[in-house]
Design a protein. Structure first.
Length: 286
């Protein structure tokens, strides 16, 4: 197989759904993040990335594969490698979306490509979600998903060690303890059946990881939370994030951010072993 190969077989697939983010789900995520103050209520602005509380997976149980994900279906290659990773994404938010607003989402597989990695073939799927409201507000949500073959992952690779940087260089920080309980609650809240987040024997014996993995979406939401907590009067206009390395349960996560320009915020998630697990950039509305 060539080093890079694009396959357009799934480009025609699309999906249309209508949903809303209910206040009770917002309150649950607010509590899960140990956010200060009262949770946002019906009609309040939906925090950035919290639209992921809508459009939950709805595949029948019989269609789930051994890993907890649909064995095949919309945006899932039939001949995919067995391991799935949420690799990153790019989002834009045109206007404030009030909590409880009816959302319409049109989703399509924008591209699928393959590359040869050290563990075998990697399949990259780019999924494009366009979300709109009746008043014309729009959210563009492009997600990158990677499928790979089994590979043992060490918890503290020297290649991913954080460069020497003083914490004083970061203006805002908050910590989160990704315990098994927290990961289970987030899986339940987002109806995520991926076993790497709650099934320890499966994670160690089948996937080859040392412990439960922290969800990529949970880390991205926590990074965006830095903007909400420290600049509550500034609206996030766009958000781009990339998973750099797995983060594991029972290793504290530090989320930190700093302004790098008038409207730009640089963000990082750091594991207890000083490994960068996710990076992100938020652009604020002027």
């Amino acid at each position: 197989m060539p080093e890079d190969q694009t396959n357009d077989n799934i480009l025609a697939e699309s999906e249309d759904r209508t949903d809303a983010v209910p206040p009770n789900a917002v309150a649950a995520l607010h509590g899960l993040l140990d956010a200060p103050g009262a949770p946002p209520a019906l009609g309040d602005p939906l925090p950035p990335l919290w639209h992921w509380l809508a459009f939950l997976p709805n595949a029948p149980q019989r269609e789930l594969g051994n890993d907890g994900h649909p064995a095949a279906g919309s945006f899932t290659p039939v001949d995919r490698p067995p391991r799935r990773m949420f690799a990153g994404g790019r989002l834009t938010f045109e206007r404030v979306v009030p909590i409880g607003t009816i959302l319409t989402r049109h989703s399509r597989a924008a591209s699928i490509s393959t590359k040869e990695g050290r563990s075998g073939t990697l399949v990259f799927v780019e999924i494009d979600h366009e979300i709109s409201t009746r008043d014309g507000s729009r959210i563009s949500d492009v997600q990158d998903v990677v499928y790979r073959h089994a590979e043992t992952i060490r918890e503290s690779p020297t290649a991913a060690l954080l460069e020497t940087t003083s914490d004083d260089d970061w203006e805002w920080t908050f910590a989160l303890d990704p315990s098994a309980t927290l990961l289970f609650r987030f899986s339940a809240l987002t109806y995520n059946a991926h076993r790497i987040h709650y099934d320890v024997p499966y994670v160690k014996e089948v996937e080859g990881y040392p412990n439960l993995l922290v969800h990529g979406p949970l880390q991205a939401i926590a990074l965006a939370e830095i903007c909400r907590r420290n600049m509550p009067h500034r609206r996030v206009a766009s958000f781009e994030f990339r998973a750099e390395h797995p983060a594991f349960a029972s290793s504290p996560l530090l989320f930190r951010g700093r302004p790098t320009g008038r409207d730009i915020v640089e963000l990082q998630a750091i594991t207890g072993n000083h490994v960068v697990s996710m990076t992100a950039t938020a652009r604020l509305e002027p």
